[in-house]
Design a protein around this ligand. Structure first.
Ligand SMILES: Nc1ncnc2c1ncn2[C@@H]1O[C@H](COP(=O)(O)OP(=O)(O)O)[C@@H](O)[C@H]1O
Ligand SMILES: Nc1ccn([C@@H]2O[C@H](COP(=O)(O)OP(=O)(O)O)[C@@H](O)[C@H]2O)c(=O)n1
Length: 227
């Protein structure tokens, strides 16, 4: 198989980002964090004083902002122009506002085009790409050779996120469950679409989650070579 596109979706805390990075690294492929792109646009709008409820202004900002995604899985980065914003886009106050941008349909159409172009470019340059988000298996790359939906029980996801954010499970629940609900209005990522492989990480260790994804990728490579 010449070039391998791997699409991974799922709600927050299932292990998409951490597993995708290592899977890409294992194969020497590029890595694309599509959530970071929506976060970057949110940061840019706030920085520019753009009202997030002004759909037209946000869509225009999305079309014109100079987003630069660093796609090395060992050191992914996000910048707008020369300004690095890796820490800023993870701030809880910003995370709460991403849904306002991510539910803007004009923004989604533009992001889809940017993400397709980046996936294509990375596959050509490195032989493959692992892209993760909410709508990669269904909208951005429905023809990807590998499509995976990562799931986990709400309990497992909340425990992981609250550990990462050093906050209580209850405080994390309010953030995550509300965000999943808002996200679900525009993308279908709680159940696997046709042909999408399910990896439930609830009872897996991190290493087991990575192994499960790598095995599915390897099966696709082997099947491609037999064709
Ligand atoms: N079985 C598991 N599979 C994946 N991640 C796990 C697992 N157990 C614990 N974790 C941890 O949970 C967190 C998941 O975060 P992340 O990869 O950012 O998820 P997502 O991108 O889906 O929101 C990471 O800190 C990861 O190390
Ligand atoms: N493909 C994608 C990826 C993210 N998003 C949005 O961006 C937000 C942040 O995504 P993320 O992947 O960084 O979030 P986590 O799952 O890591 O918590 C999500 O809550 C969605 O609102 C999206 O709409 N479509």
């Amino acid at each position: 198989m010449n070039q391998v596109q791997v699409a991974i979706d799922g709600p927050s805390g299932t292990g998409k980002s951490s597993v995708s990075k290592l899977a890409a690294k294992e194969h020497g492929w590029g890595y694309l964090d599509t959530g970071a792109m929506y976060r970057a646009l949110t940061w840019w709008c706030l920085d520019q004083g753009i009202d997030l409820t002004d759909q037209q202004a946000v869509a225009e900002a999305g079309r014109t902002f100079d987003l630069r995604m660093g796609t090395d899985p060992s050191a992914p980065s996000v910048a707008v122009g020369e300004r690095r914003i890796d820490a800023e886009i993870r701030e809880p106050a910003l995370t709460e506002q991403v849904a306002a941008v991510a539910t803007n349909l004009e923004v989604r159409a533009n992001m889809r085009d940017r993400q397709r172009a980046l996936m294509e470019q990375l596959a050509q340059e490195t032989g493959g790409v692992v892209a993760e988000g909410r709508d990669i298996t269904t909208v951005v790359a429905p023809d990807a050779q590998v499509r995976i939906l990562m799931t986990a029980s709400e309990q497992a996801r909340l425990a992981r996120r609250s550990k990462e954010l050093s906050s209580t499970v209850e405080a994390t629940r309010a953030q995550i469950v509300d965000r999943d609900k808002a996200d679900s209005t525009v993308s279908q990522f709680m159940t696997a679409a046709d042909g999408v492989r399910l990896v439930d990480t609830s009872d897996l260790t991190f290493e087991q989650s990575l192994a499960a994804v790598l095995q599915i990728v390897q099966e696709a490579i082997d099947a491609g070579e037999r064709e």
